[in-house]
Write a protein that binds this ligand. Structure first.
Ligand code: URA
Length: 219
């Protein structure tokens, strides 16, 4: 446990934290610290596994596996569709045009990208940004399931049809799903429109903002 606490303090120090104040009993602090370290190491282990994945043919064309990024202890996790060209090059989720819009949405919620966790249903780019194929979703679904189980966010915001329909095991359209609250393995799920859709249909941004306000209340 002491080793876990030291390692946790080291991680916090690296991210700029200089002092700790706590009113919690020392034992509870130590347990929280140990939990935090275990989340980091479990997520790291999963990331290493996924980075060598060859379960579908996207492994042949990808430049990088885009595992996910952000705070592994976040209360809010976004799940998008699949990496695009820029994400494939950088190995990071939502860093292209749709990603810039997602960043603005997050900031409008008074959060920063570093406060949330951002991942995709597929971890590898489909060529020419075509929609994910059923066999690719099938091959990757266990990765996102395990990622969610480790992070255990309070709320998942699914972006667009593919992530929403896969997590909620439904064929209902995103137009009908969005704005309503669902559950996935005991975690609240709010489906909303994908930022790439909003780039083509900016008049629907107000609906997404409505959904974000509902999420804010839940956090
Ligand atoms: N669209 C997605 O669904 N995910 C990304 O990472 C980028 C664009």
């Amino acid at each position: 446990m002491i080793r876990s606490v030291k390692s946790y303090i080291g991680l916090e120090r690296e991210s700029g934290v200089e002092e700790f104040f706590s009113t919690e009993p020392a034992a509870r602090c130590a347990t929280n610290a140990a939990d935090a370290v275990s989340v980091d190491s479990e997520l790291g282990r999963l990331k290493r596994e996924v980075s060598e994945c060859h379960a579908c043919k996207l492994a042949k064309t990808r430049l990088n596996v885009v595992f996910g990024a952000g705070n592994p202890r976040a209360g809010l996790m976004f799940v998008g569709e699949a990496p695009g060209s820029e994400e494939d090059k950088q190995g990071l989720p939502f860093v292209g045009r749709a990603g810039q819009l997602l960043t603005k949405i997050i900031e409008a919620m008074d959060l920063r990208r570093e406060d949330v966790y951002i991942a995709n249903l597929l971890k590898c780019r489909p060529p020419e940004n075509r929609p994910p194929l059923p066999e690719e979703i099938q091959a990757c679904r266990e990765n996102v399931r395990r990622q969610i189980a480790i992070i255990k966010p309070k709320v998942i915001c699914t972006l667009g049809k593919f992530a929403s329909q896969m997590l909620l095991k439904t064929e209902t359209t995103i137009g009908e799903l969005r704005g309503n609250l669902y559950e996935y393995e005991g975690i609240k799920v709010m489906p909303t429109y994908h930022p790439a859709y909003l780039l083509r249909n900016p008049h629907d941004k107000k609906l997404v903002w409505k959904d974000m306000k509902k999420i804010k209340k839940l956090l």
